[in-house]
Design a protein around this ligand. Structure first.
Ligand code: COA
Length: 260
């Protein structure tokens, strides 16, 4: 499968996905969104892909938002259709069953911030900048920002970002819990891979079910979420991975997980 707007490379179990429109600060036009959807499906389907690092091409931007040239042409019905399509693409990535790390190498604005929010873990370079500037353009977030941002950083902080449209730097993003870690730009790729490799060294089945319990559980009542968690706990008790993990601990040796 070849892409026009993405770089997609699988090395040793990790899919490195790079949004590749550096001359437009990796803005999400319709083609990028369609290709991101195809990439999410491939990630979900290919057993050899165990985790994902998503980043933007060039030194300046992760993604500077939805492509404003595309938005400028839309009317109410295609605007709604674009938002629903984009939301579905980000949801496919979020629910692909594999851990997705956003390596945020510069501007993450509008749809770029929303894309980062749909990833499971966010590592930012020191020069990264975050914002939901849509209101300054006469629009509002359309790719999940009004829903995921308050869930991540709380309603008050989310509303401040969404209503003012102002940008914050990486240190402030870390302070409010928008990103998990801030690292020097030169270390971003290595730190992102190190973190993901740490996850991939654990049981893939346990990771998958923990991801699912958190992602799905957030939309459930507490009792429903707790039942989902207990079901997963029981399901994992039927796996070789659980037997290996617990036995390895008791035998004081490193576990070797097979994903079975
Ligand atoms: N959509 C389409 N094109 C975009 C874009 C976007 N969201 N963001 C940047 N670009 C394009 C610029 O138009 C410019 O293209 P050109 O060279 O053909 O004129 C190129 O990317 C470089 O951007 P530029 O604005 O020259 O860089 P800068 O360093 O001066 O400013 C930003 C960087 C991020 C502050 C500025 O590009 C910006 O405000 N972008 C829009 C951010 C936004 O509102 N996103 C939400 C959209 S819903």
């Amino acid at each position: 499968m070849s892409y026009q707007t993405l770089l997609f490379d699988v090395t040793d179990g990790i899919a490195h996905v790079t949004i590749n429109r550096p001359d437009k600060l990796n803005a999400l036009n319709d083609q990028v969104m369609a290709e991101l959807g195809q990439a999410a499906d491939r990630i979900a389907a290919e057993a050899s892909i165990r985790g994902v690092i998503l980043t933007g091409a060039g030194p300046k931007a992760f993604v500077a938002g939805a492509d404003i040239a595309d938005l400028a042409k839309q009317g109410p019905f295609d605007g709604k259709a674009r938002a629903l399509r984009g939301q579905a693409v980000l949801r496919r990535l979020e629910t692909c069953g594999k851990p997705v790390v956003a390596a945020i190498n510069g501007f993450a604005l509008g749809g770029g911030c929303e894309l980062a929010l749909a990833c499971h873990i966010r590592i930012a370079s020191e020069n990264a900048k975050f914002g939901q500037p849509e209101v300054k353009l006469g629009i509002a977030p359309g790719y999940g920002g009004t829903q995921r941002l308050p869930r991540l950083v709380g309603k008050g902080r989310a509303l401040q970002l969404i209503l003012t449209g102002e940008m914050i730097d990486a240190a402030e993003a870390y302070r409010i819990g928008l990103v998990n870690k801030v690292v020097p730009a030169a270390d971003l790729a290595a730190e992102s891979e190190k973190l993901l490799r740490g996850i991939l060294a654990t049981s893939p089945l346990a990771v998958r079910l923990a991801l699912e319990a958190v992602e799905r559980g957030l939309d459930m009542s507490l009792d429903e979420g707790l039942l989902l968690e207990a079901n997963h706990f029981g399901l994992l008790a039927a796996t070789a991975d659980m037997k290996e993990g617990l036995t390895a601990f008791l035998e004081k040796r490193a576990a070797k997980f097979t994903g079975c």
